[in-house]
Design a protein around this ligand. Sequence first.
Ligand SMILES: *Cc1c(COP(=O)(O)O)cnc(C)c1O
Length: 238
Amino acid sequence: MTDVSSDYAYLAANWASVRERVDAACRAAGRDPSEVSVLPVSKTFGPEVVRAAMALGLKRFGENKVQEVRGKAEALAGEGVEWVVIGHLQTNKAKDVARLASEVQSLDRIELADALHKRLQAEGRAIDVLIEVKTSPEESKHGLPADQLPAFLDALRAYGTLRVRGLMTLAVQSDDPRAVRACFRQLRELRDAAKAQGYELPRLSMGMSGDFPLAIAEGATEVRIGTAIFGRRDVTHV
Ligand SMILES: *Cc1c(COP(=O)(O)O)cnc(C)c1O
């Protein structure tokens, strides 16, 4: 038997360092560190790496490709991993998502809600979902246009299998921290506006390895961290 702990010692160190930096960002923002959780993003890393991360007490893992979830879920069947889908989803992937995912953070359109709901009904399951909102102008970014959020929330009432828990966004890629922070602020303001309309959306998933302190300052309840925990990904993978 190989000694997993020595092969993956860097994971424990990275994890401790990330959690420390998240806690420091919370304190700097006058927030209690217990308010902010870290979602490890394991995309591109194999099941053996996920298993090593589980040995650190991690259980939920973010993935952006359903195909990849399929492979890892099979390799780690029965080990209690909760797969969180954070990437853009095509409706033809709804069946696998309904079968394998514990949560979807990239719900951004009604056709997808419809497809997921039908498949979840067939599976007899309900899952937590976050609505991905587009807060940056980049063409490459997905997400619901912000002005459509009230109507979308209203429409989602019809889907009993989708428990809407909050909002998710990716900030603009920019060297200007004010531009990045404005994206996070917009998500928080959308949450506050929705609350005034009677929608409880306690979770704000925003912030990644390069920008999480700004997200925490704007109220993130969850940061999605890949590189800072698992290391650099193959550059050809987006
Ligand atoms: C890859 C990814 C992350 C993590 O990015 P890092 O910069 O590696 O921390 C977070 N959110 C989404 C949606 C991603 O696809």
